[in-house]
Write a protein that binds this ligand. Structure first.
Ligand code: CO
Ligand code: ZN
Length: 328
């Protein structure tokens, strides 16, 4: 699993350019699912067929990034954000473009807002820069994934770690009575766009998003009940969704049956794919299993392997039971 975490977090995939991630997932799942489909927005749907209830799992394939807005006459690139990039983490960061070009972020002497920053790609003239990049090109953080033992840090754990959970769940789920859709969605970071259209097309009986959530266990952290290493977090609410009470209790009951650690999550700001899934068509009972993650949206997001294992275990058990019998 750690190898897959490394491969997926190091892949390039800002919102709208998720193809590399989809290719890795497809190769990984080719012997474990019945079919693949890339839907019209670009989300990858891997299906395990069944005759019972239809369950949609969603993990977003995209990551936050930057987009080039202007190239000045000395070849410095001005940029804007794609998703929630916080500027105080940018000075000195290296970024990489789709075709492997690397640049470093510099800062003017006054202020540290994004409009005072630029990307230096090591050229001296606009024309020289234009041979390498164009207005509208996307870049992501350039950071390798580090294995610390029980914990790992990488860029884009949000939400490649959710993609890993879906892949592992698909591999381990055997003879489920339900039909299960593993949706690797596009464009979550710019407003949960891909999950809504996928849910509309799939018409699931339940939807579960698998995504990261922040923790409150670091020095002087903002209050948050979730900690790293204390098990998967079953969401109660975030800004996009109030988890369907029956689905939430079903997940809690399943965790209790397994006698495994879990946490309840109330996230004050931030949304997930569960929002648009819940509101598609006439409504879908939707919930979220979150992977506790420190430093969300930084180039070094930290997860605990035990939490990731816990998410897989919980999902496999929840999907192994007959969801129609459970009342969905
Ligand atoms: Co995010
Ligand atoms: Zn996310």
């Amino acid at each position: 699993m750690k190898e897959l975490i490394k491969k997926l977090t190091e892949a390039y995939g800002p919102s709208g350019s998720e193809e590399q991630v989809m290719d890795i997932v497809k190769a990984e799942l080719k012997d474990s699912v019945d079919s693949f489909e890339i839907d019209k927005m670009g989300s990858l749907i891997a299906t395990k067929k069944g005759n019972g209830a239809k369950a949609m799992l969603a993990a977003h394939a995209d990551e936050i990034g930057l987009i080039i807005t202007h190239i000045d006459k000395e070849g410095f690139l001005r940029f804007s954000s794609v998703g929630g990039v916080s500027t105080n983490r940018l000075d000195g960061m290296r970024v990489v473009f789709a075709h492997g070009l690397v640049g470093t972020i510099g800062l003017e002497k006054s202020g540290n807002s994004m409009d005072k920053m630029y990307i230096d790609i090591g050229v001296t003239k606009k024309e020289e820069a234009q041979e390498k990049v164009n207005i509208g090109d996307f870049a992501v953080f350039r950071q390798d994934c580090v294995d610390m033992g029980n914990r790992m840090i990488a860029k884009a754990m949000d939400d490649r770690i959710g993609c890993v959970v879906l892949v592992e769940t698909a591999k381990r789920l055997k003879n489920s009575p339900n039909e299960v859709y593993f949706a690797f969605t596009v464009q979550e970071e710019v407003g949960c766009r891909g999950a809504g259209t996928s849910a509309y097309a799939l018409e699931p009986d339940i939807g579960i998003a698998v995504d990261v959530t922040r923790t409150g266990d670091t020095p002087e952290a903002r209050t948050m009940e979730v900690s790293l290493g204390k098990g998967p977090a079953i969401k109660v609410r975030d800004s996009s969704v109030i988890a369907h009470p029956k689905l939430r209790s079903y997940l809690v009951e399943t965790a209790k049956e397994l006698d495994m650690p879990y946490q309840l999550e109330v996230l004050e700001s931030g949304g997930t794919d569960a929002g648009p899934i819940q509101r598609s068509r006439g409504g879908v009972p939707a919930g979220v299993i979150s992977i506790p993650t420190r430093y969300v949206h930084s180039p070094s997001e930290m997860i605990d392997i035990g939490d990731v294992e816990g998410c897989v275990k919980l999902l496999v058990a929840a999907l192994q039971k007959d969801l129609h019998e459970a009342g969905f």
